[in-house]
Write a protein that binds this ligand. Structure first.
Ligand code: NDP
Ligand code: 5RP
Length: 479
């Protein structure tokens, strides 16, 4: 009898996922473009674990790999996102039969997933897109899984396997659920990553404020982040932050963080989220600023030169450090709520745009464990969606409204002080400004409309006429 499932790609994630699958009692065949990686995997991570050994089979050519699988074949691709996914699926085609299932579990662009579903369906292959989050460890012990594609096939062939290998919440609920058709699974994973960028940048700005404005040591900052992690900011990302601040460099014995270059990298999912927000005309400035923050950090050479030209930064003077730290906790929390509010508004807009019928409260629960943004806070978002009213924006819900109201004065004090001292805190500013714009009955956009109408006859609506009527004013006489 053939293996239950195949994993194509023995990189960081593929290895962990294959071991996770075997540890749940499923037989799994593994394959990698370069057989060396498969050999190393078998030698280093499978041998010596007799229980796993029995269930993992290695293949070194595509025909043997496909022949080793029970039918209909279920093949999980864990390869580099982009054209590689098309290339490896095309390479598999000669060895597949009608009805086989190929699941792309990488961080693929959701529009590519839809295109692939349509293209491979014509060849009789059922293509699925599946967001997976949790990094190397999550993939090994239980990631958050966001699958999309044909619902009936999912229920028949994939649901049990994927829920078995996913993370589970304390009450035993799996962090895996069918998301919807097309590339909706990878879309939800993309927005997860956009929120991840916002969460990371929010924490990093808090670190920077403590370091630059309060002059705190790494050890002192670690204690603050640890105390936050015991409160409402409890999350995987805050937890790793305080642990990072306590990590020593094996080479020098110094705090490792102080030797890490301040140039952030990225693989593209945060940028796609920002682009999608722009394309959907959705205001998601916090996530966009988190991407720009990485871009700005990466032009280090220019920053070094510019810092010599504009070297003056006003000195910080904070009288009551403990009070300021309490304000900072409020600022980080408010920034977080507002960023998630933007992310869920984007999901909601995408769901309407593509007719995906996304269950936003359930998505919050999928992210409760296993993924990079996992946090107790996500239960609160689920609750907000369970209030029985349509959620227009999370900041308006009973769950978050009063907390936001209470946090805003402290949030303003922190941002004002940081700006006064010349600190770069883009997501803190972006979320506060989003809040101020979103909660303003009137904005300056009447002037924008007048200007557009002046130079381009773009028309405007009037406050004393029905909204479906457009007006153009003759601002100047043209000869
Ligand atoms: N790392 C993470 O934390 C997470 C990653 N992901 C996503 O999972 C996917 C895999 O990531 P990860 O395991 O980290 O990446 P790795 O770089 O560790 O592995 C990449 C895999 O892709 C294969 N590959 C690359 N190019 C080709 C090609 N032209 N033909 C065939 N195979 C190829 C590699 O094979 P070879 O060894 O032969 O080069 C290798 O197996 C990506 O889409 C990533 O975005 C998702 C969630 C978390
Ligand atoms: O998907 C992930 C976690 O959810 C990956 O870790 C992803 O690579 C992170 O994105 P980036 O490299 O752009 O920071």
């Amino acid at each position: 009898m053939g293996s239950y499932v195949g994993v194509f790609g023995m990189g960081v994630m593929g290895q962990s996922l294959a071991l996770n699958i075997a540890s749940k009692g499923y037989s799994v065949s593994v394959f990698n473009r370069h057989g060396e990686a498969t050999k190393k995997f078998m030698e280093n991570r499978v041998q010596g674990h007799e229980d796993r050994m029995k269930l993992v089979s290695d293949s070194y050519d595509l025909k043997s790999f496909c022949d080793s699988l029970e039918t209909p074949r279920k093949i999980i691709l864990m390869v580099k996102a982009g054209p590689v996914v098309d290339a490896v699926t095309d390479e598999l085609l000669p060895y597949l039969e009608s009805g086989d299932i190929v699941i792309d579990a990488g961080n693929s662009y959701y529009k590519d997933t839809k295109r692939r579903m349509d293209y491979y369906a014509e060849k009789g292959i059922n293509f699925f897109g599946m967001g997976v989050s949790g990094g190397e460890k999550g993939a090994l012990v239980g990631p958050s899984i966001m699958p999309s594609g044909d619902k009936n096939l999912y229920d028949t062939y994939l649901a049990k396997l994927l829920t078995d290998i996913s993370a589970h919440t304390a009450d035993g609920s799996p962090c895996c659920d069918y998301i919807g058709p097309e590339g909706s699974g990878q879309y939800v994973k993309m927005v997860h990553n956009g929120i991840e960028y916002g969460d990371i940048q929010n924490i990093d700005e808090a670190y920077w404020i403590m370091k630059q404005l309060l002059g705190m040591s790494n050890a002192e900052m670690a204690d603050v982040f640890e105390s936050w992690n015991n409160g409402r900011l409890n999350s995987f990302l805050v937890e790793i932050t305080y642990k990072i601040l306590r990590e020593k460099d094996p080479e020098t014995g110094d705090d490792l963080i102080d030797h890490i270059l301040d140039e952030a990298a990225q693989k593209g999912t945060g940028m796609w989220t920002a682009i999608d927000g722009l394309e959907m005309h959705m205001p998601i400035p916090t996530m966009a600023e988190a991407v720009f923050a990485r871009n700005l950090s990466a032009i280090k050479g220019q920053r070094v030169e510019a810092s010599k030209v504009f070297s003056e930064k006003p000195a910080a003077h904070i009288e009551d450090k403990q009070a300021f730290l309490a304000d900072l906790e409020q600022a980080v929390y408010a920034n977080k709520i507002i960023a998630y509010a933007q992310g869920f508004q984007l999901l909601s807009a995408a769901s309407d745009e593509h007719n995906w019928d996304l269950k936003l409260g359930d998505i919050a629960l999928l992210w409760r464990e296993g993924c990079i943004i996992r946090a107790g806070f996500l239960d609160r978002i689920k609750s907000a969606y369970s209030e029985g009213k349509k959620v227009v924006n999370l900041i308006l819900t009973d769950e978050f409204r009063e907390e936001i109201r209470a946090a805003i004065p402290a949030y303003r004090r922190v941002v004002a002080k940081a700006i006064e001292c010349g600190l770069y805190i883009p997501t803190m500013v972006a979320s506060l400004q989003y809040f101020d714009g979103y909660t303003s009955e009137k904005l300056e956009a009447n002037m924008c409309q007048a200007q557009r109408d002046w130079f381009g006859a773009h028309t405007f609506h009037r406050d004393d006429r029905p909204h479906d009527e457009s007006f153009h004013h003759t601002w100047e006489k043209l000869d």
